[in-house]
Design a protein around this ligand. Structure first.
Ligand code: BES
Ligand code: MN
Ligand code: ZN
Length: 503
């Protein structure tokens, strides 16, 4: 797929569909300027269209050059922001899918934002809104969207638009990679197959991938990952991803750890099928976001040294499966009394977080579809973010929340008071793997915290936003790729802040 900007006359654009984003109160001169080349039917359609965010209507103009136009709503012009631009553009992408359009041009609307930001948001909306997962479909031969053009005015900041297009394209594509990984059938993504897919991604995008097999995992003492894997026919893997460009501004790495439970049956603490186990192919959504983030880091040549850690296994009942009451030992040496085999993600993440300490990281971020409790608290519209209550906690939380607002991958903080740790007290081991029925997302966060060290750490529980059973604007049913755009936005801020401070 190609994505580019153009200043050609509207009537000269040879595309299957022209997307025209309109606010609820479009300025009369703008409508006139559009109606002149495109015709009177457009003027009448604009009069009738209320411009509500994300709605669309199709128009067939008299002008031969443009076969059809989708008017898409941007809502109140006073409230126009990146998210509404994405949602409007996504409505245009939906119209393209409905009309099986292979080429689309989108007219860049006026907005009180920098030209690059506008271009980025539109491209994200068009690519993410046009996403379909077709690997297993035998009844769908519709063409893919092959080209996207942004129609810009002659006086825009060309360099900023180019930059916005490149950033938006890379972020949206990487998000689609994460979606594909989540949507893949469990039998096509065993831990070893998943690791092989990550290596292919590394080869294609230019970052390094090293995968440990079961022997190495045992040698390194990853008792959490091994315990979760015991009921499986398939061995576990631990993948280490490295992006370290010569121009990296940090020496000590930023570590991204992702929960890679390729299928979670709950193990012997078996899940119900409906509304629970039937979604658990998405339990590697955190790992998928890390893979997507590495693709975007490499595609955008981001000047940061970043290491990704992905422990992967399925969680199944089986003859050898771990059982409630088992006491296991994590990489750190700490012992855990397993009270529920369905609280498995924290066990393999504990190994990864403990291992991360050996890399002397400057920051550790983990992403995990960790708890049903996160879904109850925040649903699918925001992930929960937690961090250790150190002096700089508020600043860190504020920064990631801001990145969440701007990227559209929203996060909301949960408290991490000491009192919550007591829920994990065990009479036989250092701690239990589950708290009580209360504050489940937080006690899971406190469990993970036990395995972090001095380095600043952010935990993102993405259980709700990672996978949808009902579509949302520019997020289809199934895997959403949540976290990719959040991470890149947050990390890019880190670069900018550092460069400003150092200069
Ligand atoms: N993978 C699940 C969490 C989950 C739930 C993700 C719903 C996405 C949607 C996790 O492994 C799990 O089973 N958590 C348990 C923990 C409990 C046993 C303490 C949960 O939240 O119920
Ligand atoms: Mn589970
Ligand atoms: Zn799980």
């Amino acid at each position: 797929m190609t994505v580019a900007a153009t200043t050609d006359a509207l009537a000269d654009l040879e595309v299957d569909l022209l997307v025209l984003p309109l606010s609820s109160r479009p300025a009369a001169p703008r409508v006139e300027a559009l109606a002149r080349p495109l015709g009177d039917s457009l003027r009448r359609a604009v009069e009738d269209f209320d411009g509500e965010t994300g709605t669309s209507v199709l128009v067939y103009p008299e002008a031969d050059a443009v076969p059809r136009i989708a008017l898409v709503g941007l809502g109140d012009p006073a409230e126009l922001d990146r998210e509404r631009l994405r949602q409007g553009a996504a409505a245009g992408a939906q119209a393209a899918i409905d009309r099986t359009a292979a080429s689309v041009a989108c007219i860049v609307p006026p907005a009180d934002l920098n030209d690059g930001i506008i271009a980025q948001a539109l491209v994200e909306g068009l690519i993410l809104g046009g996403y379909r997962y077709r690997r297993y479909r035998t009844d769908d031969d519709a063409p893919d969207l092959e080209s996207i053009l942004l129609h810009v005015a002659g006086d825009v900041d060309r360099a900023a638009v180019r930059d916005g297009i490149d950033t938006g394209t890379a972020l949206a594509r990487a998000t689609c990679t994460a979606r594909d990984l989540v949507n893949t059938s469990p039998h096509d993504k065993t831990a070893r197959q998943f690791a092989a897919t990550i290596r292919e991604s590394g080869d294609r995008h230019g970052y390094d991938v090293d995968t440990w097999g079961e022997d190495r995992i045992r040698e390194e003492g990853f008792g959490g990952l091994l315990a979760v894997n015991r009921g499986s026919f398939e061995p576990p893997t631990f993948s280490l991803l490295t992006w370290r460009p010569d121009h990296a501004v940090n020496t000590r790495p930023i570590v991204l750890a992702g929960k890679g439970v390729v299928f979670d049956t709950g193990g012997l603490s078996l899940k119900d099928t409906k509304g629970s186990m039937d979604m658990m192919k998405a339990d590697m959504g955190g790992a998928a976001a890390v893979v997507g983030a590495f693709e975007a880091l490499a595609d955008l040549n981001v000047p940061l040294h970043v290491v990704g850690l992905i422990p992967a296994s399925d969680n199944r009942p089986g003859n050898k499966a771990y059982v409630p009451g088992d006491v296991i030992q994590i990489h750190s040496g700490a012992t855990v009394e397993v009270m529920n085999t369905d609280a498995e993600g924290r066990l393999l993440l504990a190994d990864a977080l403990s291992y991360a300490q050996s890399l002397d990281p400057r920051l550790v971020i983990d992403l995990a579809t960790l708890t049903g409790s996160q879904v109850v608290a925040l649903g699918a519209d925001a992930a929960a973010v937690m961090t250790s209550e150190t002096e700089d906690a508020a600043e860190r939380l504020y920064a990631i929340q801001r990145a969440g607002e701007r990227s559209g991958d929203r996060v909301h903080p949960l408290p991490m008071y000491d009192a919550y740790k007591q829920h994990l007290d065990s009479s036989v081991a250092d701690l239990k793997n589950v708290g009580g029925s209360e504050a489940g997302a937080i006690t899971a966060g406190k469990f993970l915290e036990h395995f972090t060290g001095e380095a600043p750490w952010l935990h993102l529980d993405i259980a709700g936003p990672a996978f949808l059973t009902q579509p949302k604007p520019y997020r289809p049913e199934g895997g959403t790729g949540f976290g990719v755009r959040l991470l890149l936005t947050y990390l890019n801020d880190a670069v900018t802040i550092r460069q400003n401070r150092d200069s």
